[in-house]
Design a protein around this ligand. Structure first.
Ligand code: PLP
Length: 576
């Protein structure tokens, strides 16, 4: 199949539903630009994980319904069937990335585990004090923290590569950093924030010239374009199934056979041994099993093979062409909007766009978009050193997949415009209501909040109400916003100050740099202010948020951190 039929592709994803028609109408008619599409769902957080096609979902179900058995362990028919499908999947991955042998394909639970495996086996053994590890500043934490731990243990030194103006790894800088002490070079083929393909061929060649091991993070690459590990000639290549339409909990560590042979095992247990005895040394299994201790994610691995088949069926070149159109369309539309800041030159190579909106907190934009049914990411994107490098506290990231459409991008842009320009009057609080709110200085309690929310239907309207409430929060002074008052676990900044009167009643003041969080703080403080420690401990916050229809705001996701705020209040009052 050469030309890409986006509707046909999209229909394979049950979670995406069928709202593309109403979004299409919205995009084409534009008779009333302030009209949001009811029940819209536009998923633009594919860099975090993609949705799953029917073939992947069905594969899971078929495995558990028809041939669930452990692999490699039994002589019965079910086990043989499960083992055959499991090993077939390994073969499919081998072909997909053009590895030489299935011995070079190790199942992990994701890219992260792959980095930890290498850091704890090979890397541990080749590093001496003073040896150097080169990583780039745009790496995901998964490709930073294992090396930091390793460097500490082995007294090795981490050298950090900067970026050029396009946001790619700076090759000139690399030439200056690399030397005979460089033992490991690890970098992403594509940054998960900037979406630029790094010049990894040149990096690998130069690293080889000094005898360094090369480790390539392919997590953001494999879904978007073909990868050939033999042509790259890297030593290791890592990725996760869930970012390429496959299941979560499955990843691949590709490693050159000779290197894998030379490495000690990572985890020990069943499956990774040939012989265990108390009288002789344990003999490990051959590759790839030496690195696969314990029962693997059998259903996930088999379903992953379906995801690969699915991508192949639609063809990488057709997918790339469609994604190229999305990149151009989205980049151009964003660039034409006022107050949008990009951080690097030129459009990205994969459909991942990072930006900030001047005058708006990233978290406010993301949650306002969420109220229109649009899922994007805000925050540091597990790339805090990159944020620091770009002098950002965080940013917004739109990441598209091949099922996204031009109409969805238009809807996203139209909603973003509404949010930024304040066309949606209820999102930008008008001054009259704000002044009235300021005059109502009476402390709100949880009953007031419940009365206010109980009749509001839909997240979009509740979101508006939260934004209105944000005006009621008395802001903290700069001196109150101390490090001590900072609440950890929020991606925006939030502070909490507690006081207690002579009757042992607690009063809280809080603040945040994000408006949505200020609104949520009003709701949380209404539940806890003016109460004793016992009343605070006994207050059922989950029931309260469920009654308000805001349960999703209490999720342990670090996104908005409401749970972290509640936990801090409970911890502060626990000893009383
Ligand atoms: N590397 C990159 C570039 C990523 O984007 C991610 C995930 O977002 C990872 C590594 C870690 O992947 P996982 O969480 O699936 O192990």
């Amino acid at each position: 199949m050469n030309s890409f039929d986006v509707e046909k592709f999209r229909q394979q994803f049950p979670l995406l539903g069928n709202n593309s028609q109403s979004i299409k109408r919205h995009a084409h008619e534009q008779t009333n630009p302030t009209q949001e599409v009811s029940n819209a769902f536009v998923y633009l957080d594919n860099g975090a994980t993609t949705q799953k096609p029917n073939c992947v979902i069905d594969s899971h179900q078929t495995f558990y319904q028809e041939y669930n058995a452990n692999v490699h362990r039994a002589s019965h028919v079910l086990s043989a069937k499960a083992t055959a499908a499991f090993e077939q999947a390994r073969d499919n991955v081998k072909d997909y990335i053009n590895a030489k042998s299935i011995k070079e394909i190790i199942w992990t639970k994701g890219a992260t585990e792959g980095f930890n495996l290498i850091a704890n086996t090979l890397a541990h053994h080749i590093l001496s004090p003073g040896d150097e590890i080169i990583i780039s500043v745009s790496e995901h934490h998964a490709n930073i923290v294992p090396w930091q731990l390793l460097a500490k243990q082995s007294s090795a030194i981490i050298k950090v590569l900067g970026l050029d103006e396009d946001g790619r790894i700076d090759l000139n800088g690399f030439e200056k950093l690399i030397n005979n002490k460089t033992k490991i070079v690890c970098c992403a083929q594509v940054s998960n924030v900037l979406g630029k393909v790094n010049p990894i061929e040149a990096i690998i060649a130069q690293a080889k010239a000094v005898g360094a091991i090369t480790i390539i993070d392919g997590a953001q690459a494999v879904a978007h374009f073909p990868v050939d590990v033999q042509a790259l000639d890297c030593d290791f290549y890592l990725f996760s199934a869930h970012k390429m339409y496959g299941p979560t909990g499955v990843g691949v560590l590709y490693g050159k056979q000779a290197l894998l042979e030379s490495m000690p095992p990572y985890q020990a247990g069943g499956e990774m041994i040939k012989k265990v005895s108390f009288n002789q040394p344990t003999i490990f299994a051959d590759l790839p099993f030496k690195f696969e201790a314990g029962t693997p994610n059998i259903a996930g691995v088999i379903a992953f093979a379906q995801a690969i088949q699915f991508i192949k069926q639609f063809s990488h070149s057709a997918i790339m062409k469609h994604e190229g159109v999305l990149i151009q369309h989205c980049s151009r539309a964003l660039a034409q909007m006022p107050n949008i800041n990009f951080f690097v030159n030129n459009v990205p190579d994969i459909p991942v766009l990072a930006f900030t909106v001047e005058g708006h907190h990233n978290h406010d934009i993301a949650s306002a978009l969420d109220s229109f049914g649009i899922a994007i990411r805000s925050g540091h994107h597990c790339a805090m050193p990159l944020m620091e490098y770009l002098s950002l506290s965080g940013c917004l990231r739109v990441s598209m997949a091949a099922y996204n459409t031009i109409e969805e991008i238009d809807y996203f842009i139209a909603c973003l415009e509404k949010i930024i320009t304040g066309v949606d009057r209820n999102i930008v609080v008008n001054d009259v209501s704000a002044k009235k709110n300021l005059q109502q200085r009476r402390q709100l309690n949880s009953d007031d909040i419940i009365k206010q929310f109980i009749h509001i239907a839909g997240w979009h309207n509740r979101h508006r109400e939260i934004m209105l409430l944000s005006k009621k929060l008395r802001r903290l002074t700069n001196s109150d916003r101390s490090e001590q008052a900072l609440i950890h676990g929020c991606e925006s900044l939030a502070w909490l100050v507690a006081t207690q009167d002579e009757d042992k009643i607690f009063y809280f003041q809080a603040d945040s740099d994000a408006r949505i969080i200020r609104g949520l703080l009003v709701i949380v403080l209404a539940a806890f202010n003016g109460k004793t420690a016992g009343q605070i401990q006994n207050f059922d916050i989950e029931e309260y948020f469920a009654t308000l229809g805001l349960m999703q705001q209490l999720s342990p996701s670090r996104g908005n951190g409401v749970l972290a705020i509640v936990e801090k209040i409970k911890a502060l009052t626990l000893t009383e």
